[in-house]
Write a protein that binds this ligand. Structure first.
Ligand code: FMN
Length: 185
């Protein structure tokens, strides 16, 4: 599969089959994340793969309930990956404060997309999840309270029969050459 085909093919999967994801494939996905670039090469991430069925069910039931139940679909995903933010290098965090930028979030975004695209290449579907009960997740996995988890990734084989077209702004709306052209929409 070419890179062009890969990015066209990837979609958020919100209906999963119960087909398990092999550990070997999960390790390939983690390796893709490991190779991601980051500010000052800080690599400010830790990926917790939750694939033990009982634990996964318990965690998913808690973190996608109540006000987070719009993401209940992820209870069926055979794998969840909790992405913990780790300490950045001094220069990245200092520079980030001066620039009022979270380089850590940029770094995590890149690493997660590496992971997801590797999954896609292996035929494994995924969904980014930013809306979940972080406190419950930390309790379940005994992650220290001062840690931040901004993203959970759901992974698994798709059970969706219909593949919806991608809804995206046009290239003209989102890009320009040599000058800034405000988006009219
Ligand atoms: C940072 C981030 C957070 C997201 N959080 C959620 C979420 O909580 N629940 C969900 O169903 N989708 C979530 N998504 C998926 C987006 O809705 C999806 O990527 C977008 O609508 C484009 O659709 P596509 O992924 O199928 O191309 C999230 C995506 C990103 C990048």
């Amino acid at each position: 599969m070419t890179f062009e085909e890969l990015v066209h093919k990837r979609r958020s999967v919100r209906k999963y089959s119960d087909h398990p994801v092999a550990k070997e494939d999960l390790l390939k996905c983690l390796e893709a994340a490991r190779l991601a670039p980051s500010g000052c090469n800080s690599q400010p991430w830790h990926f917790i793969v939750i694939n033990e069925p009982e634990l996964r069910k318990r965690v998913a039931a808690r973190i996608f309930s109540g006000i987070y139940s719009m993401n209940k679909f992820a209870v069926e995903a055979p794998v969840l990956v909790a992405v913990v933010s780790e300490k950045e290098k001094f220069l990245t965090s200092f520079g980030g404060q001066i620039r009022d930028t979270s380089y850590c979030l940029v770094d995590i975004g890149i690493a997660c997309e590496h992971l997801i695209l590797q999954a896609q290449e292996l035929g494994i579907g995924s969904c980014w999840i930013g809306w979940f009960d972080e406190k419950a997740l930390k309790e379940e996995l005994r992650i220290p309270k001062d840690k931040k988890i901004d993203i959970v990734l759901a992974l698994g084989f798709s059970a969706e029969d219909k593949i919806l077209p991608k809804t995206r702004k046009s290239l003209e709306e989102i890009s320009s050459f040599n000058s800034y052209i405000p988006n009219k929409s």
